[in-house]
Write a protein that binds this ligand. Structure first.
Ligand code: AMP
Length: 592
């Protein structure tokens, strides 16, 4: 359990010395708990149960919970009754395969109906849902299956063959693979494998396990600057934050059609593609295809999407096609549109108004926070270009370290590291197996986010940059270490430094600076070989876009690669002066 979380259950009001959201004073998370469980003091809650079984019990079983649009013309609707029944069967299958409470179940699937059935089933069985990006190469997938100690994997035969089988002998923890047949029929049987639908058909739905609020429910791998990826674990009580933010940010009600375009491997898909709409009894719309503006405008209009959550990269892609194209489609039903993952510029916010009739509202959160914590939300005045204000129930502060002492920044418009007081329900419980690493993110009860921001006099946050060297490319969080470690496996590479370079569409892309081992010659042939080696191992999203050969990498006296210098070089800047920096903060605040 990470410092500051100490396994507390919800029920307390927020407190501390930071800045509270204006309407936070009387905010109490236990009201959400009472609504979902019938008791403000309930020690147990199960995300799977409250997302579907509860809706059935409330007489909403016939409503559409998941509406799936296939890449072609296919479509499939799953009512809350269907979701309840199928997820109960999935839970039963996993349990009969030997799943025990707290076991990790990795899910390597695209945006398909089986993803939703699996997630709900895993929660109802007491397992930990761990989705993986299907665009990753075999290397990152193996690393995550290994680090997550996944005992079960749900995937397709194609993804399994291409991305898992090459490393299967190195995954002794993996006990069983459930395959979703590409055509929905029985997948080819292999050792340790069984077929998703055949198993579901044969199983009887089981009642959900009475998980405790603090029991682990889902885990997403995320990256920092150093070390291997980290599995951030969120508890079952996180659903309280999804219920509340689903309402405050998006105003979700049962008649809504909510469309979250995130990849299933990203926490945004779990929190806002699955949990928030279902717990609010709205329909979650799922489009299997990748971003394509014409298709998207058609979906917005034809499916009467009322609330939309997407990314700045997708918005920039649509902007390239022009507002006239958007307006040429039948009028949409959008009430609210929002974005997350990277800064959203003022032009993009205004373009939303012009092209779609609603401005894009920027929201801020990260894997570790588990749910939106800062937003321009529909009930408040929004400030285009800002990330918005802290949401009710969230207490924020800016922290800065001077002369070895951490203190809170109270002057407006001053840069500091964004800190959030623990006590909101979706805060991660730690990184799996690496609680020391998670403790490093806490100062007392404050969680330090690693993001540098300014807060203006009205409480709006403005993104400045990262305090570390993490790369954000098209919304994907990339740890330079993981990319470097993979390329080090190539015999030509002696040393490597991976940094971000600005990009007009993706905002940042990873680029690599490489020094070579004796006997290897720099040049286009080796550059292409290294680029293709990286794409194959890591997948296209994570692989460097450029390779620069250098005689030696710039280092500090202690031998650490000076990434800031490489970053300035990659951006074509003559120096590193405008890259923000803060000293790391010590363990406690000056006033403690
Ligand atoms: P992830 O954990 O992959 O969701 O990445 C979280 C990181 O994405 C944050 O720590 C920020 O650096 C960045 N991020 C998320 N939302 C925003 C936003 N609205 N503006 C700027 N950066 C953002």
């Amino acid at each position: 359990m990470a410092a500051g979380t100490s396994g507390n259950t919800v029920g307390a009001k927020v407190n501390g010395s930071g800045v509270k959201a204006s309407d936070t004073e009387d905010f109490c998370w236990s009201e959400a708990l009472a609504e979902l469980t019938g008791s403000a003091a309930s020690p147990s809650i199960n995300i799977g149960a409250v997302c579907c079984d509860r809706q059935v019990a409330l007489g909403q079983g016939a409503r559409i919970g998941v509406r799936w649009l296939g890449r072609g013309q296919e479509r499939r609707d799953l009512s809350f009754q269907d979701l309840s029944d199928l997820s109960g069967r999935a839970a039963s299958v996993l349990t009969s395969l030997g799943l025990q409470s707290g076991d990790t179940v990795a899910v390597l699937l695209g945006r398909v109906p089986e993803l939703y059935i699996s997630a709900l089933g895993i929660w109802k069985a007491g397992g930990v849902y761990c989705p993986l990006f299907s665009a990753f190469g075999p290397g990152p997938i193996k690393a995550r299956l290994e680090l997550g100690r996944a005992r079960f994997l749900i995937t397709t035969e194609d993804l399994f063959t291409r991305k898992v089988v090459p490393n299967l002998s190195d995954l002794p923890d993996l006990q069983h693979v459930v395959l979703v047949g590409e055509d929905g029929r029985s997948a080819r049987a292999m050792e340790r494998c069984s077929d998703f639908y055949a198993q579901l058909k044969a199983a009887a739905p089981m009642a959900p396990v009475a998980t405790r609020q603090e029991d682990p429910a889902f885990m997403h791998f995320t990256s920092g600057t150093t070390g291997t990826p980290k599995g951030a674990v969120q508890p079952h009580r996180a659903v309280l934050a999804h219920l509340v933010t689903g309402r405050t940010v998006f105003g979700l009600v049962p008649d809504d059609v909510f469309w979250c375009t995130a990849d299933p491997g990203w926490v945004t898909s779990t929190a806002y593609g699955i949990i928030a709409p279902l717990v609010c009894c709205a329909t979650t719309l799922v489009d299997e295809a990748d971003v394509e503006p014409r298709r998207w405008y058609g979906i917005l209009a034809d499916e009467r999407v009322t609330a939309w959550y997407t990314t700045p990269t997708s918005i920039r892609t649509m902007m390239r096609y022009g507002a006239a194209l958007a307006r040429s489609y039948r009028e949409n039903s959008l009430r609210v549109a929002a974005s997350v993952g990277e800064p959203l510029n003022v032009e993009a916010v205004q373009w939303g108004q012009k092209a779609l009739g609603v401005p894009f509202l920027d929201t801020w959160w990260q894997t570790e926070t588990g749910a939106i914590v800062i937003a321009n939300h529909r009930n408040c005045v929004s400030k285009p270009g800002s990330m918005g204000q802290a949401l009710p129930g969230v207490e924020t502060a800016l922290v800065r370290c001077e002369s070895g002492v951490a203190h809170m920044v109270t002057e407006p418009d001053t840069v500091g590291e964004l800190a959030i007081h623990s006590g909101w329900p979706s805060l991660f419980c730690g990184y799996l197996g690496e609680y020391d690493r998670a403790e490093g993110c806490f100062r007392g009860d404050w969680y330090l986010t690693g993001d540098l921001v300014k807060r203006d006099a009205e409480g709006f946050f403005w993104f400045v940059g990262r305090a570390d060297d993490m790369i954000k490319s098209g919304g994907l969080r990339i740890g330079p270490f993981e990319v470097e470690a993979s390329l080090m496996d190539h015999p030509a590479v002696a040393e490597i430094g991976v940094v971000s370079k600005p990009d007009l569409l993706l905002r940042e892309v990873p680029v690599a600076f490489v020094s070579l081992n004796p006997g290897f010659e720099s040049g286009d042939a080796l550059r292409l070989e290294l680029l293709s080696f990286a794409r194959q191992e890591l997948g296209a999203g994570m692989a460097p876009r450029e390779i620069h050969f250098v005689a030696e990498l710039p280092k500090t006296n202690t031998g650490k690669i000076m990434r800031r210098m490489l970053k300035a070089k990659a951006s074509g800047e003559s120096d590193e002066a405008d890259i923000p920096t803060l000293q790391p903060c010590p363990g406690r605040f000056d006033d403690e």
